[in-house]
Design a protein around this ligand. Structure first.
Ligand code: GTP
Ligand code: MG
Length: 607
């Protein structure tokens, strides 16, 4: 498997990150916009409330100065207090509602993108699955996607909040006294220089951190699902130590990433603290010169936090934003990925059964990530209903060859035809629904045996399930299971032997009554007697079906209409059992090897 983890920092996407988020907010865009406006509102209110309260107090003091008694103005006093409490409550309400809205929108987007990604991943082709590691994909739909959610719920809000607060305070200052305001504000661009430099330092760290997380998840996933191997080799301690190192590495990278801001923090803090000092100095001079009143000075110093705090917050925001950047690139990579093997625009619908003729016409093939050709100029034909056996040493290309028929991979040269039409011309679903495939490594789902057999056909009756279990010689052992056909198998269920799994997988392939049945070493783990039973039932199926059977045993290939001997991706011998023995090549040697006697001796003893 190729390590694909660090190769995509330069990938470009059809949309920018924010355009992509906006696209996925469809249905909640109004709410999100209202939440943003709410954020602007409550931050402006943060300044307006103290402003008005100050003004109202002034008004009150004026009243006092004119000689009117406070008790006479009690009514005004209560109105003022009421207004202030009212405004504060209103602000709290707006904060509450906007927070709820951000949370709602972010969860909505999370849900939407996660479903979309799952759909994407399901529909990918084989190449995708041999490129991406499961742990990495899991990280994308969990941790990475959560960083995207956090961006909506917190980062965007914080950006708007900081800029509103800063902007409102700046405008307010400028209106009060533009000279004093400018002397304070002139320092602020320095913050942007620092934050920009911080961004450059921290961005690669977030990318690295994310890789470490994916790496750790991959370790965990592979070891949990491959625990039998770990146990068999008594490698628990080794694996625990290996995971411990990955975990430690992740923790250290995490600390390092989050400490990055610490080295920038003193500068930002100094600048933020410089502001009150500038205010003190410049403001003092202005007061002495009579340019501003004491009241104005107090207003300035009372609001200086609204300028300084957003600056202090910048580091946090940038940090989280970089986390979003690293994570969203990973999510968008899957979001915008397209399988290469898809329906042609003018694909031929073929809803019904196929006749089942197969033709390989000078087929060559090489894996995109491999440098050697795997199939070289392979040509053969199978008539409807025929049985073709493929035999050859391990790694010669048998599995690769059969994967061309359901179009898991496409030939790099030549054509594969089913019923005389290039397979790339059919709609994928129509083609694949007609092919029953039992793969070399059997995967059963965590479901009942019945559910596994009926996987490809949802309306299969219990009687039919039993029929296909009989065909694949599985009935006997299924009935011995604690709950028969209702026994849960797969990852968390009762363990099955290799041969038992193979037989269930064969029943599953037969259950769709395919026009083409492909068995990749499907009876390799069953005993000779059981295999004989399976051979017999495959010859007597009650539906028409062309069979391609990959096997290592002569007993399996013997009854085939045609046997193909594959060597290094080429067909070196082709014919029936008897023809190939008569030819006296690889196949004859294999027969002798497996039967332990020379063919001549066997014939003699038989005769
Ligand atoms: P057995 O199942 O062991 O009997 O072998 P096989 O005849 O089925 O061989 P298969 O078609 O699986 O592989 C043929 C060659 O292709 C081998 O050299 C493999 O190493 C190579 N191969 C198989 N799958 C891949 C793949 O996904 N990528 C690359 N690059 N090479 C592959
Ligand atoms: Mg194989």
């Amino acid at each position: 498997m190729k390590n694909n983890n660090s190769s995509n920092s330069s990938v470009s996407f059809p949309k920018s990150r924010f355009a992509w988020l906006w696209e996925n907010m469809e249905g909640r865009r109004g709410l999100f916009t209202v939440a943003l406006l709410g954020t602007v509102l409550y931050n402006v209110l943060q300044l307006v409330v103290p402003y008005f309260s100050g003004r109202l107090v002034d008004l009150f003091l004026e009243l006092n100065d004119t000689g009117a008694s406070i008790s006479e103005n009690a009514h005004t006093f209560y109105v003022l207090i009421g207004a202030m409490v009212g405004l504060t409550l209103f602000r709290v309400l707006v904060v509450y509602l906007t927070c709820m809205s951000y949370e709602h929108v972010s969860q909505y987007v999370l849900f939407k993108i996660r479903n979309f990604l799952y759909n994407k991943i399901q529909r990918q082709d084989m190449k995708f699955y041999s490129t991406y590691r499961t742990g990495d994909l899991m990280t994308r739909v969990t941790g990475d996607l959560d960083a995207v959610r956090h961006n909506i719920a917190w980062v965007i809000r914080s950006i708007v909040e900081s800029f509103t607060l800063f902007g409102a305070a700046a405008v307010y200052f400028l209106i009060m006294d533009w000279k004093l305001a400018l002397s304070i504000l002139v320092i602020s661009p320095l913050i942007f220089v620092i934050v920009f430099r911080f961004r450059r330092t921290v961005a690669p760290k977030h990318a690295l951190l994310r890789e470490k997380l994916a790496g750790m998840n991959t370790y965990a996933q592979e070891n949990i699902s491959g625990n039998r191997v770990v146990k068999a080799f008594a490698r628990e301690d080794y694996e625990i130590a290996k995971f411990g190192r990955a975990n430690n590495d992740f923790a250290e990278t995490n600390i390092d990433t989050h400490n990055t801001w610490l080295s920038f923090y003193p500068y930002v803090e100094s600048i933020a603290n410089l502001m009150p000092i500038v205010l003190l100095v410049v403001g003092g001079v202005f007061i002495i010169n009579g340019q501003i009143s004491m009241g104005e000075y107090v207003s300035f110093s009372g609001l200086i936090w609204a300028i300084a705090n957003p600056m202090r917050q910048m580091g946090n925001i940038m940090n989280e934003f970089q986390r979003f950047n690293a994570a969203s690139a990973k999510v968008m990579e899957i979001y915008y990925s397209e399988p290469e093997i898809v329906d042609a625009p003018d694909a031929i619908p073929h809803p019904g059964r196929f006749e089942g003729s197969i033709e390989f016409d000078h087929v060559s093939f090489r894996y995109e990530d491999g440098n050697l050709p795997v199939l070289k100029d392979v040509s053969f034909k199978a008539k409807p209903g025929e049985t073709i056996a493929i035999i050859g040493e391990t790694g010669c290309g048998k599995t690769s060859l059969i994967q061309m028929i359901p179009r898991f991979y496409e030939p790099t040269g030549g054509r594969v035809l089913v019923d005389g039409v290039d397979v790339s011309r059919y709609k994928l679903e129509d083609l694949r629904k007609n092919i029953g495939l039992a793969t070399q490594d059997v995967l059963l789902y965590s479901d009942t045996i019945e559910g596994n057999i009926a996987y490809g056909v949802s309306h299969l009756t219990a009687e039919e399930v039993v029929k296909f279990a009989r065909y694949s010689a599985a009935e006997e052992f299924i009935l011995k299971m604690p709950e028969g056909y209702d026994t849960i198998v797969g990852e968390r269920g009762v363990g099955l032997s290799g041969g038992q799994k193979q037989r269930i997988s064969l029943a599953r392939a037969l259950a769709i009554e395919p026009s083409i049945l492909i068995l990749d070493d499907t009876t390799s783990a069953v005993d000779m007697e059981t295999e004989k039973h399976i051979q017999h039932s495959l010859r007597g199926l009650d539906f028409n079906c062309t069979k391609i059977i990959i096997a290592q045993r002569i007993s399996t290939t013997k009854f085939a209409d045609k046997i193909l001997v594959l060597k290094d991706g080429r067909i070196i011998e082709e014919g029936s059992h008897d023809e190939l023995i008569a030819q006296g090549g690889y196949y004859k040697d294999l027969v002798e090897l497996q039967l332990g006697e020379s063919v001549e001796a066997l014939k003699a003893s038989a005769g």
